[in-house]
Design a protein around this ligand. Structure first.
Ligand code: ADP
Ligand code: MG
Length: 697
């Protein structure tokens, strides 16, 4: 395969140097292999024709046979568009070209029969398709044999040089029909047989030209399997390597946990918390270095769970750290932990960006000489000058805010051993995503909220009901409760957003003249933010007007109302995080999503989901469905899930199969040395793609 796949594209019949250059520049296709790996992004079912009168809402792509009845340029010189009327027996619709309008005008003629293909949308009662595919209708247009025509991504530039989807299909067909077409199989036979997967050669042929749905499904299954399997193989191999390389510190003592349990703990732990502590304790005694992801919905009590694990490390004479993404959160953790650790005679310190230099130096010196047991901090903790005496357990809260590299730096803070690592996240990650993304982390889940929590009541109000909202807030404040009012802050529209925030603050101040109000936003100095936040935490103010800086972690049990302004502009997981700021005490809490009257379909879905459920896992699944996995993890890791054919929001079963298979292979043959794995081995070694997340541990 190597040779065939690496043949330069210009040597393929019908390509030549000029087109080859275009293909390289526009699509990154350099070789025949690249061309074959340029899969169709959809298929046209050319055996079916739609009728204009039967088009419905949100139809998707349709194919229609009809006649062009009018054709003309509209608009100003530079921004001319071509508008055509297209009719079949049942009605008419509009075709529009914004690009290449005059070129299309020359190409098309009124009065002739055409077949068009595109996605209609409804404007003022008329269906319109922009940039449809269009060609003269011939008797061939009816043929049933080509019922799956591949459609490839091309660019405007390529299309203008006649390299459209059709031309690409022809090139692919030429390549596949060459006598020299060959594919090196990369999964060993016994696995193909066991899972009834087709050969790679068949898959690469059928993905382009399936004769029927079944061939297409088999081809997709095989290609998706490959994609997922080799990722999982890498994950398991690294995990197995790490177990060889990195011994874990063994913690056998736990006297401080007993002390905490008998004398200090303020409430009964939930069963889920107990279960997780057991899982972690088992890791800490196993002799392997722990890399564990602790996920639990907002308010599920991850902090105290982590604290108990830290007590295990300290019982064994080791230091522990807890790192949080914001100063407010680090401070809150510090205050929460210090309350208990003081009682227990442990020494705890806080180090953030705004810690005074003299105090910081003192803390760091004590950290290095071993006087400190617990250090709490922000990113400041990973600076080079922060040195531990003996770090035994590193806890990272709200991990999605930290980059992989930042995490890796923390690991190297211990000379003798890697510390055990506990990463906590309040953004529940759907199982499938977790498997792909954190495949080499063990996962513990707190799937239960502490008893006595009342489910937060969520409702949706449009701006016209603001008086009703104010009335409700007033009542809650009279009952002694506190209220958050949150505004979005999206960088591109920063100015507008600040205006919204300040306008909001003013109108709230006017509506609640005798109520103390806090305001916190990103443009304030850190110290001012802290001060305002502190006033709210201590109950000195009743309303907190803020941007999303309060998103993560803050704990004010007396706050019972979360108003989210312009809720349509927030993502689902952000809405869920914000809502998680209330419902932390014994009182009934409320979340009110304020939106304008007009919302996109997706925004409406998000609001609907929020009103319907408080289950973080359901919300995460929905988020994955609406946004796609790359987006979900934010830019830090978006390159990670560059999956070409597989879609982890829908291919969960296949992912499981790929994962189990990879696990078995590595467990039975960690170095892939056995002869029945030589195909996998050869491919795995060639596959030099450096995957970011492989460095998570
Ligand atoms: P999160 O998982 O979102 O970080 P926290 O650790 O901040 O949640 O806990 C939320 C609140 O619940 C805190 O006030 C904490 O003291 C309290 N809490 C934690 N565990 C329990 C429990 N088992 N019973 C009652 N309250 C608890
Ligand atoms: Mg937390």
């Amino acid at each position: 395969m190597a040779e065939f796949f690496e043949t330069k594209i210009e040597f393929l019949k019908g390509v030549g140097p000029t087109r080859a250059k275009l293909l390289q520049e526009e699509l990154g296709i350099f070789t025949i292999g690249d061309l074959i790996n340029h899969f169709p992004f959809r298929y046209e079912n050319r055996s079916q024709f739609h009728r204009i009168s039967e088009l419905g809402h949100e139809e998707g792509f349709v194919q229609i046979k009809g006649i062009l009845t009018s054709l003309g340029l509209k608009g100003q010189a530079r921004k001319q568009r071509l508008v055509a009327e297209f009719r079949d027996d049942t009605g008419s619709l509009e075709l529009v070209w914004f690009k290449g309008a005059s070129w299309m005008l020359k190409k098309l003629k009124t009065g002739l029969p055409y077949v068009i293909y595109g996605k209609p949308s409804l404007f003022n009662g008329v269906y319109s398709i922009s940039h449809p595919e269009i060609e003269i209708s011939t008797p061939n247009s009816d043929s049933k044999t080509d019922s799956f025509l591949p459609v490839y991504h091309t660019t405007e530039k390529l299309k203008r040089r006649y390299v459209d989807s059709k031309a690409l299909a022809k090139m692919v067909k030429t390549a596949l029909n060459l006598a020299s077409f060959d594919v090196t199989e990369n999964v060993d036979d016994y696995l193909l047989q066991r899972h009834q997967l087709i050969t790679l050669k068949a898959a690469l042929t059928w993905i382009h030209f399936p004769e029927d749905q079944k061939q297409l499904s088999k081809a997709l299954e095989r290609l998706k399997f490959n994609e997922l399997f080799f990722i999982q193989l890498k994950i398991f191999q690294e995990k197995s390597d790490r177990k060889d390389k990195h011994q874990g510190i063994i913690f056998t003592k736990s006297q401080l946990v007993n002390d905490f349990y008998t004398n200090h703990i303020p409430f009964e732990l939930t069963d889920a918390q107990k279960k997780v502590i057991k899982e972690i304790y088992a890791d800490l005694q196993s002799g392997y270095q722990m890399n564990r992801l602790l996920q639990g919905d907002v308010g599920s009590g991850k902090t105290i769970t982590a604290f108990i694990c830290m007590l295990i490390a300290i019982s064994n004479g080791y230091q522990t750290s807890i790192m949080a993404p914001t100063e407010i959160l680090a401070t809150q953790h510090y205050q929460g932990l210090a309350e208990f650790s003081d009682l227990m005679g442990l020494r705890t310190a806080l180090v953030t960006g705004s810690t005074k230099k003299s105090l910081k130096n003192k803390n760091l010196a004590e950290l290095q000489n071993g006087q400190l047991d617990i250090i709490v901090g922000t990113h400041a903790l990973i600076e080079d000058k922060v040195k531990f005496h003996n770090l035994g357990l590193a806890v990272i809260d709200e991990q999605h805010r930290f980059g992989v590299a930042q995490r890796a730096k923390l690991w190297s803070k211990n000379d003798r051993h890697y510390p055990h690592v506990l990463v906590m996240t309040a953004t529940p990650i759907p199982r499938t995503l977790a498997m792909t993304l954190y495949g080499d982390l063990e996962i513990s889940t707190i799937d239960q909220l502490p008893q006595g929590r009342k489910a937060i009541k969520t409702s949706h109000l449009t701006d016209s009901h603001r008086l009703k909202l104010f009335g409700f807030i007033k009542k809650q404040i009279e009952e002694g409760r506190q209220v958050y009012i949150v505004y979005p802050l999206i960088e591109e529209s920063e100015k507008m957003d600040y205006k919204d925030l300040m306008d909001g603050y003013e109108s709230i101040s006017r509506a609640f003249p005798n109520t103390p109000i806090s305001i916190v936003h990103g443009k304030m100095k850190a110290a001012d933010k802290e001060w305002e936040m502190k006033r709210f935490v201590e109950g000195k103010t009743s309303i907190m007007v803020a941007t999303t800086v309060i998103e993560v972690g803050v704990n004010v049990p007396n706050a019972t109302v979360m108003v989210i302004e312009n809720a349509e502009r927030f993502g689902l997981s952000q809405l869920h995080q914000l809502r998680g700021r209330v419902g932390r005490g014994a009182d009934q809490s409320y979340c009110i999503l304020m939106t304008g009257p007009k919302m996109s379909k997706e925004a409406r879905e998000r609001v609907k989901t929020m009103v319907a459920t408080t289950d973080g896992f359901k919300i995460a699944e929905k988020d994955l469905e609406l946004r796609g996995p790359g987006d979900l993890m934010g830019t830090q890791q978006s390159g990670v899930l560059d999956l070409k054919v597989a879609d982890i929001s829908t291919d969960g079963e296949l992912l499981k199969l790929a994962r189990e298979t990879a696990r078995e292979v590595i467990e039975s043959d960690p170095k892939l040395e056995r002869s029945h794995h030589h195909k996998i081995h050869a491919y795995h070694n060639r596959d030099k793609r450096h995957l970011l997340w492989s460095n998570i541990s």
